[in-house]
Design a protein around this ligand. Structure first.
Ligand code: C2E
Ligand code: MG
Ligand code: MG
Ligand code: MG
Length: 278
């Protein structure tokens, strides 16, 4: 069993009580080395205006370019990383790389905003506000070129501290998006209290849009987002028909394979950003 876990990194996803601790420790040690060696890479996926199709922002998505196992998706290593301190270093690296890349795009005439995912244990730490402020200053990036995506669990784990940090991050001018909305445990009251700019409806509802129940949720969330003056984003849009339904329902921004898959930064066409490779 130990041998299998070593050969296939994704084995960390298949939790086995007798292996979990050791697998986590090895993963965390290897991740530290990977961060130092620059093996974490960011791919970028476009978000488009539902009405015009113009690219309005990008989401940075981390991958591990593993020397033996190839390009690993976040599902293979993020859950293990989030169970330890290494998630702090990983997120620092992601923020630093995303902000540096965004600043390069801004300098070369493409002022596109970029979204970074902030995991719960990172948002709970006091240091996160200073980390973000320091990186924006270092790379001279305007704060409104950065969006942080948080999940419902991120604000529910340590509600007071996380909401306080989020407020301070937003006071810098950074925008805040609630990711995977509808899959967590946010009370609707919290939505009115949190400093939010965007709501990203989880892709499970988008994929089920042809069913009456998912459709009802999609339309109710659209009405709620409008009432709360939140920019409403749908993720996981894989075809034109779904895009049309969401646009008619009032969604502002769409993200999904239909408009472009996550790609390395040099594969995004900066001159004509609407035509990203798909
Ligand atoms: P997410 O933030 O909700 O990101 C969207 C995920 O949906 C991405 O998966 C993206 O590749 C995928 N996706 C986009 N369009 C479509 C589509 O049309 N159909 C389908 N089926 N999927 C689509 P990915 O890159 O594997 O990331 C998975 C999750 O890992 C992310 O979900 C996010 O929670 C987390 N993640 C990714 N990068 C980072 C990071 O840098 N830091 C942290 N903390 N978490 C990250
Ligand atoms: Mg996200
Ligand atoms: Mg999401
Ligand atoms: Mg998701």
């Amino acid at each position: 069993a130990m041998y299998a876990a070593k050969r296939h990194r994704t084995a960390v996803e298949r939790w086995r009580p007798e292996l979990a601790a050791g697998t986590d420790l090895r993963l965390q040690a290897e991740l530290r080395t990977a961060i130092d060696q620059g093996e974490l890479v960011l791919h970028y996926q476009p978000l488009v205006d539902a009405r015009t199709g113009a690219v309005v922002s990008l989401e940075a998505l981390v991958r591990w370019d593993h020397p033996r196992h190839g390009l690993l998706s976040p599902a293979a290593f993020l859950p293990g990383a989030e169970r330890s301190e290494v998630i702090q270093a990983l997120t620092d690296r992601v923020l630093s790389e995303a902000i540096a890349q965004t600043a390069r795009w801004h300098r070369t005439g493409w002022p596109v905003p970029v979204a970074v995912n902030l995991p719960a244990p990172v948002l709970a730490q006091d240091r996160i506000v200073g980390v973000i402020e320091g990186l924006l200053t270092e790379h001279r990036l305007p704060a409104d070129a950065l969006i942080v995506e948080i999940t419902e669990s991120a604000v529910m784990t340590r509600p007071d501290r996380s909401a306080d940090h989020l407020r301070k991050i937003r006071e810098l001018g950074v925008r805040v998006a609630m990711d995977d909305f509808g899959t967590g445990y946010t009370s609707l009251a919290l939505l009115t209290q949190l400093p939010l700019d965007e709501l990203k409806l989880d892709q499970t509802f988008v994929h089920g849009i042809h069913h009456a129940r998912e459709r009802a949720i999609v339309e109710a969330v659209a009405a709620m987002a409008k009432g709360l003056h939140l920019t409403l984003v749908a993720e996981g849009v894989e075809d034109q028909e779904t895009a049309d339904i969401l646009t008619a329902a009032g969604f502002d921004v769409l993200q999904g394979y239909h408009f472009g898959r996550p790609v390395p930064p040099d594969r995004l066409d900066v001159a004509t950003p609407a035509r990203v490779p798909s």
